[in-house]
Ligand binder design. Structure first.
Ligand SMILES: CC(=O)N[C@H](C=O)[C@@H](O)[C@H](O)[C@H](O)COP(=O)(O)O
Length: 230
């Protein structure tokens, strides 16, 4: 039976607690404390990168997790849970959701997304799969592959969508995604104010993920400094 993740996060905020090795807060302990703060504020789930961070956050908060594993491969631009190896590792933590890149770009080792999804359904039937998409074409592929959740995570982060933002033109891209998607949409990517997060819910998203605007102090401080120093 599928887990209760979607009912838990319905119309709610999910905080993404992530810091890569080149970021000042890179540490599973620090990410677990970020997750503690998010839980205290009322976040109902956490998005987390890497097995070690997921485990630290599970131990600290016991909140449901959207898990992913960012790994760079030489033969592919896909880095969010790119192969079956990362998908299995994240699912094996017990994360309620495994998120992976669905941008249509070639995966490492020539792996095919359809095969990965099929294998995951066999091995982890109760784990939800979230598609981190960039374009409407990607949303259609996520529909065809029957992903449980469709995210806008990669919009603005691929060659086809560089510089774009889901909030542009009063969220016109997000409105299109909501039209096309056949599964619940979670808004994610550059949602950097409470008002924008609320707008995503009001437009019909199932939930909304906010990361950097809450958990990346370098990003937050830089915005302040750029404005003060302007
Ligand atoms: C592009 C990419 O790798 N995005 C990652 C996906 O997990 C995270 O680094 C983002 O922080 C997350 O999507 C939340 O987005 P924002 O931090 O803009 O609220």
């Amino acid at each position: 039976m599928k887990n209760e993740f979607l009912s838990i996060v319905n119309k709610k905020l999910i905080v993404s607690c992530q810091a890569l090795s080149d970021e000042p807060l890179h540490s599973s302990f620090i990410m677990s404390r970020m997750a503690r703060a998010a839980k205290m504020a009322g976040s109902v789930a956490i998005r987390a990168n890497s097995v070690v961070d997921i485990q630290a956050i599970q131990d600290e908060t016991n909140l449901p997790i959207i898990g992913l594993s960012k790994v760079d491969y030489e033969d592919s631009p896909v880095y969010i849970t790119p192969t079956i190896k990362e998908m299995r590792a994240v699912a094996s933590t017990g994360a309620q959701v495994v998120a992976c890149d669905v941008t249509g770009q070639a995966r490492p080792n020539g792996e095919k997304l359809a095969d990965i999804v099929k294998q995951m359904r066999k091995e982890f039937p109760d784990t939800l799969l979230m598609a981190d998409t960039a374009t409407i074409e990607n949303v259609k592929e996520a529909n065809e592959l029957n992903f449980d959740i469709i995210g806008t995570t990669m919009h603005g982060y691929t060659p086809d969508t560089e510089g774009l933002n889901i909030a542009d033109d009063d969220f016109s891209y997000l409105k299109e995604v909501l039209e096309v998607a056949k599964h619940p949409v979670i808004a994610e990517g550059k949602v950097d104010t409470p008002q924008k997060a609320r707008r995503c819910i009001d437009l019909g998203c199932h939930a909304v993920v906010v990361g950097g605007a809450i958990t990346r102090p370098l990003e937050i401080a830089t915005k302040f400094i750029n404005t003060v120093n302007a």
